[in-house]
Ligand binder design. Structure first.
Ligand SMILES: [Zn+2]
Length: 411
């Protein structure tokens, strides 16, 4: 008996010591993991506009004095001289509201976590990830578009504008537009937003302006007829007008928040229509999208009441039937089935999907054929591709060691 008692005491002591030791080790590991997450204790904010509209740097916002819709511009300066993106009315707002930049966290252990030289986790950056990249001693946030083994190439780019400036070509990943190889959801860029009113239509013979871009057309009869009462369908046709360079032609990769940016604008055709509309009764909505390979049609049956509807041109089907109204590059969207009278006028917003183009100057650095990313190379780019400096100027991509960590927006 006397021999057993001390052994039991030692066992209890050993178990207790072991438990405490494990707890200490576990706490140290947790503390080390938490220390790899930058942005919780000290604030990290986005400094520039290259990832907009996914992540915003410091911006200013004001409500247009003419149409009342919000405008948001990059820049720390409160002095903004810009036309309203929605209606084109030039203004210098006296007190634009400063909107703080997005706060982010950088997880330095997301892809490689080591503790005292012991690798604990190992993961590769994936397409679509937002990453913090060290480029020329500066930390930047970019999106991963291509991973090792992916083929990157440029399509098109031989077009000449005005006989001098060559437009760049669209970036392809594994022979597909970048958008199709990224996991969703991907944000869209604003093209135009308006509240439709028959007072704002412009005559069929007139050119669209920054303010008047929607034309009401009746397939037969008069425009004022209401299709809810069995009268002919009224079509609303969108005519594009660029606020930045005051061109009345196709939709390009223009971007509302990029003020005074010198850029070559590329034609784009993947559009999104958002509708906020109050139907008095069940209605059939018809939308035609122009597309170079043939116009596309969407039909949506809507219930009575307030509806938020989102339609994407890439989801629309190519139709054998001809559009009821003319849609082309300059008039890329036509909508029928909207109530033409009523207390709440429908709000309609045209957006475009994100595109990544390789500018003509950068294209000289590209090989003529597609190039495969090496085992430790990643192709990165900013979502605001018109102004982002990224792998499009160096198609070999960035080295894995330049990727410091994974970025997430902090709410
Ligand atoms: Zn306006």
């Amino acid at each position: 008996m006397t021999a057993i008692a001390p052994l039991r005491r030692n066992s209890r002591l050993t178990i207790k010591q072991g438990t405490v030791g494990l707890c200490i080790i576990f706490s140290c590991v947790l503390l080390h993991r938490a220390s790899c997450l930058d942005g919780w204790w000290r604030e990290i904010v986005v400094a520039g506009p290259s990832m907009a509209p996914t992540l915003w740097g410091p911006t200013h916002q004001f409500s247009c004095t003419a149409c009342g819709l919000p405008n948001r511009y990059h820049g720390r300066s409160a002095r903004i001289h810009a036309p309203c993106w929605h209606c084109g009315v030039a203004q210098t707002p006296s007190s634009p509201r400063a909107v703080p930049a997005d706060r982010v966290t950088i997880d330095r252990a997301a892809y490689r976590w080591q503790l005292c030289g012991i690798p604990l986790t190992q993961a590769a950056p994936q397409r679509g990830d937002w990453v913090a990249v060290l480029v020329a001693d500066q930390l930047r946030v970019k999106r991963v578009l291509g991973v090792p083994g992916d083929r990157v190439a440029v399509r098109g780019g031989e077009l000449l504008r005005g006989g001098e400036l060559a437009l760049g070509g669209e970036l392809l990943i594994n022979d597909r537009p970048v958008r199709e190889s990224l996991p969703g959801p991907i944000p869209t860029c604003l093209v135009h937003s308006a509240t439709l009113s028959s007072r704002r239509e412009f005559p069929a013979t007139a050119e669209p302006t920054a303010r008047h871009r929607w034309q009401a057309i009746a397939t037969e009869g008069t425009v004022s007829a209401d299709n809810r009462q069995g009268s002919p369908a009224n079509w609303w046709v969108y005519h594009h007008f660029s606020v930045h360079d005051r061109r009345s032609d196709c939709v390009r990769d223009d971007y509302a928040c990029n003020v005074d940016v010198r850029r070559a604008l590329h034609p784009v055709d993947r559009l999104v229509v958002r509708l906020e509309v109050d139907f008095r009764s069940a209605t059939t909505l018809d939308v035609w999208f122009w597309h170079p390979a043939g116009s596309r049609h969407v039909r949506r049956h809507c219930l009575a009441g307030q509806q938020s509807i989102r339609l994407i041109s890439s989801d629309a089907t190519t139709s054998r039937q001809s559009p009821a109204v003319t849609v082309d590059a300059r008039r890329p969207v036509a909508v029928a089935g909207l109530p033409s009278t009523g207390a709440a006028e429908p709000k309609i917003t045209i957006e475009r999907e994100l595109y990544w183009f390789v500018e003509a100057a950068d294209r000289q650095r590209w090989p003529s054929a597609s190039t495969e990313l090496a085992a430790d190379r990643y192709f990165i780019a900013g979502d605001n591709q018109a102004i982002s400096v990224d792998s499009r100027s160096d198609p070999a991509g960035v080295h894995r060691d330049q990727i410091i960590g994974k970025v997430k927006r902090r709410w």
